[in-house]
Design a protein around this ligand. Structure first.
Ligand code: F6R
Length: 350
């Protein structure tokens, strides 16, 4: 479930992110933080440093695990993520060096480094994971089409990522490393809580797809829709493609069913909370509800809570989508319907 916070600008977004992170650190002084590099969390880190200096919030028992590290840069290189984290955060708070973890990209056996990082993560519960997002929807360096069940691995960076990151390397793409080691998507999803920060117009497409798009490996961040506690904090520029007011797909029950569906074209999704495919269908329906707002109304029926409606429509498997026109059954899908199939149903019903 993604909670979206739209802020005026990057400064306000960093304030909000800091509120969430500091709340976790203050409530649990020995918490484990998952940390990100790049421009997005810099404002957050500045606020953590300021709070440490002014209010004395201590990190002496905090542990941190970073998402990723470039391959091919010495640890001491100013743009290694090790250097970045020390320059932007670690050197200014009282976190202990032995509690700081980044994947190591040094030595000849990078796979072994990945295995070691995975082993360490397997023994750790990250309380809060901070994320940025790539313009192509990557999280960590999990580029499009990285399997959702991936763990820490070596990755070839996409050209779009290399181009985006050239700004840290004198705008010279030839200086940007072409490989990195990154936590996998399943490592990221294992965190108790996730905060993603995005700002600027070049994130607009990735943010739209993350929040409104189908959950798909093509857009790695879309997997966050399946995490129970994610807050996405965006500035207005990054939010500009998001629907101003999200059309809600409401839950229907037997009492109001006849009144509500008497007129017009209505799509009803029969679902259950424990059903994986139902959860995958949910964001697709949300997106279609936006797209067809004013033409078709969308509802959901919780089959466990309201078995009467499920029986009335002969729903024996879920998810099951029914289209009604003026109260009468018009069309239906049996089982999971893809977005394309649903669009075909809807177009046919219009
Ligand atoms: C960094 C990382 C990346 C960045 C992303 C956005 O550790 O994992 O996913 O968060 O590339 O980078 P910025 O914030 O520089 O736009």
């Amino acid at each position: 479930m993604i909670k979206l916070i739209v802020c005026k600008d990057y400064e306000e977004a960093s304030d909000k992110a800091a509120e969430i992170v500091l709340d976790v650190v203050k409530k649990k002084p020995d918490c484990t933080l998952g940390l990100a590099t790049g421009s997005s969390p810099v404002g957050l880190y500045q606020r953590m440093i300021r709070d440490h200096e002014e209010n004395g919030t201590s990190y002496k028992d905090v542990k941190s695990y970073n998402l990723d590290e470039y391959v091919g840069l010495e640890v001491s290189h100013p743009e290694s993520y090790y250097s970045f984290m020390h320059r932007n955060l670690f050197d200014h708070i009282d976190i202990k060096e032995e509690n700081v973890h980044l994947p190591s990209s040094q030595g000849d056996d990078l796979q072994k480094n990945c295995d070691l990082y995975n082993a360490a993560l397997a023994q750790t519960q990250v309380d809060l994971q901070v994320l940025g997002i790539g313009s192509n929807g990557h999280i960590g360096f999990n580029e499009p089409f990285t399997p959702f069940d991936s763990v820490t691995h070596i990755v070839d960076l996409k050209q779009s990522t290399i181009n985006d990151n050239a700004r840290f390397f004198d705008n010279d793409v030839s200086k940007v490393p072409t490989q990195a080691i990154t936590m996998g998507i399943s490592n990221v999803m294992a965190a108790r809580k996730i905060v993603l920060i995005a700002s600027g117009a070049n994130k607009v497409d990735a943010i739209y797809k993350t929040i409104c798009g189908p959950v798909s490996e093509e857009v790695p961040a879309s997997v966050l829709q399946q995490h129970p506690d994610v807050t996405v904090i965006v500035d207005e520029a990054a939010a500009s493609l998001l629907p101003k007011e999200k059309v809600k797909v409401e839950i229907l029950n037997t009492e109001v069913f006849d009144d509500v569906v008497r007129e017009g074209t209505v799509l009803v999704d029969f679902f259950a909370n424990w059903c994986g495919p139902c959860k995958m269908l949910s964001p697709v329906l949300e997106q279609l509800a936006q797209q067809y707002a004013g033409k078709i109304r969308f509802y959901k029926v919780d089959c466990d809570a309201d078995q009467g409606l499920a029986q009335r429509f002969g729903v024996t498997s879920i998810p099951n989508v029914v289209i009604l026109k003026d109260g009468q059954l018009f069309d239906r899908s049996i089982g999971y319907a893809s977005k394309d199939q649903l669009v075909a149903f809807l177009e046919n019903a219009l």
